[in-house]
Design a protein. Structure first.
Length: 461
């Protein structure tokens, strides 16, 4: 069996699209089926390579791998024409040359008479040879199908239009290409946004006209912003890759989006394996889900705390690379990440916290230096240099003992030593516990930074 994700490359991959892709992917994994990626780029004016790249990168980042594709609709024009010609020669499609003006007028009249606007079939019997090509929709009967999310859907053929399957320039339209592709690519389950549910009966009539078996359908409700309006930029980043850039782990995002409209009791955290194991199309909620940025952040933090360290570091490295950090020039990144994960809100946070361990800073923050570095703190810094220098085994415990000795020797509290030490070590006063930070900075670098602080005092007092 097979499912597919069929985005149009007319914008970036957004949260809603990613969730549709995830549901289709989960269905495939759950049912040991194949998953296909199809790029629906027949709208040449609106399709861009940038969007294609964003879709492919987004899928890769999320780990939504596909067994087939990417298949581009733009490569399949010949096949679409073949089907259109077959429909024409079987009398199931016809040319229509109605002018825009006529169609508009017809529409206005229908609206005035409170009728549902639809093409009146004026060209059905004209035997024209140019214009758009319309599908001859049956006049009578019902289209009935079962949707995994919506249940039974029924619509009378009298409400359906003779839809355009080929434009005046000869290019095929979405409803035609999607049917040809889902048939040719042997798609068993069509999982897509419910903004397409009105297209489905028209598509079903096309399948029937071609004598093709129908796939099953699941139309997924849309995602709303926290204020109940349609999700838009106002509610946070829509571009999926912006979440990568902002320091989210892909597993956290998957976990968050799978819960948008799908649930398994009260469970909040799901590994990908658990999602596959528990996923059922029939458990998708029929009402729209609301996007909640705070919850997404909470899930991300809990993944940062608990994900397997190799996975954490692999994702962190992408951000470290963006900051041009050379990991050969500092501590073991796995140990450092382990020590930082508890207090990092995002991978961006974590990467920024890493900088001081691999790169020396140019200057101390001047506001803080003016406050903290002075003739009182100078002897403390000098004592730190002397005592730390004699440590043989550079561990947080031994560094801690030195701080304690200096506190006792000067009869001062921890803060009086910790504050100048922290500023000397970090340049900006921001770090976790000072002994652990110094351990990761390394002995040589720690001593050099203390000396630098002493030099600062000498030249500023
Ligand atoms: N290309 C369509 C879209 O991006 C989806 C088509 C489908 O899944 O059937 O909205």
């Amino acid at each position: 069996m097979k499912s597919r994700f069929a985005p149009s490359p007319t914008g970036y991959l957004h949260i809603g699209g990613a969730r549709t892709a995830l549901f289709a992917w989960l269905w495939a994994k759950k049912t040991s089926s194949k998953f296909l990626l199809r790029i629906e780029d027949t709208d040449q004016e609106r399709s861009t390579q940038t969007s294609v790249d964003a879709i492919l990168d987004g899928m890769e980042w999320l780990g939504l791998d596909y067994d087939e594709g990417p298949i581009y609709q733009s490569d399949r024009t010949e096949r679409y024409n073949e089907v259109i010609n077959e429909l024409l020669s079987n009398g199931k499609a016809y040319y229509c040359d109605c002018s825009k003006e006529r169609l508009e007028k017809m529409r206005e009249n229908q609206i005035a008479k409170k009728e549902k606007p639809k093409y009146d079939g004026c060209c059905r019997d004209k035997a024209l040879k140019n214009g758009v090509i319309r599908f001859l929709n049956p006049d009578d009967g019902l289209v009935v199908f079962h949707d995994f999310v919506k249940g039974e859907v029924r619509i009378s053929n009298s409400e359906l239009d003779d839809l355009i399957i080929s434009r005046t320039d000869g290019s095929p339209t979405y409803n035609l290409t999607v049917v040809v592709d889902d048939h040719d690519m042997e798609i068993d389950c069509v999982i897509r946004g419910d903004d397409h549910i009105n297209n489905t009966p028209k598509q079903i009539n096309l399948y029937k006209a071609m004598g093709w078996p129908l796939p099953e359908f699941a139309h997924v409700p849309m995602i709303l912003g926290s204020d109940g309006s349609r999700l838009s930029k106002r509610h946070g980043a829509l571009n999926l890759l912006a979440y990568r850039d902002e320091g989210f782990l892909p597993e956290a995002l998957l976990n968050y989006i799978v819960r948008l409209g799908w649930s398994n009791g009260d469970q909040e955290i799901f590994s990908v394996e658990e999602m596959i194991d528990l996923f059922e199309l029939k458990n998708i909620n029929n009402s729209p889900a609301s996007f909640n940025q705070e919850k997404l952040e909470w899930i991300n933090q809990s993944y940062i705390k608990s994900t397997e360290i190799n996975n954490l570091v692999e994702n962190l490295k992408w951000h470290l690379n963006n900051l041009n950090i050379n990991l050969d020039n500092g501590p073991n990144i796995y140990e450092l990440a382990e020590s930082l994960r508890e207090r990092s809100g995002s991978l961006v946070d974590m990467a920024q916290s890493c900088v001081m361990f691999y790169c020396d800073f140019d200057a101390f923050d001047s506001v803080q230096a003016n406050k903290v570095f002075n003739t009182n703190s100078k002897p403390i810094l000098e004592d730190l240099v002397a005592n730390l220098n004699s440590i043989n085994s550079w561990t947080a415990e031994n560094i801690h003992s030195v701080i304690k000795i200096i506190c006792e020797g000067h009869d001062i509290g921890f803060g009086k030593v910790g504050q100048p030490f922290r500023l000397a070590l970090t340049g900006n006063g921001k770090s976790g516990s000072i002994d652990i930070s110094a351990q990761f900075v390394g002995k040589e670098r720690t001593l050099a930074r203390l000396e630098k602080a002493i030099d600062w005092i000498n030249s500023n007092s």
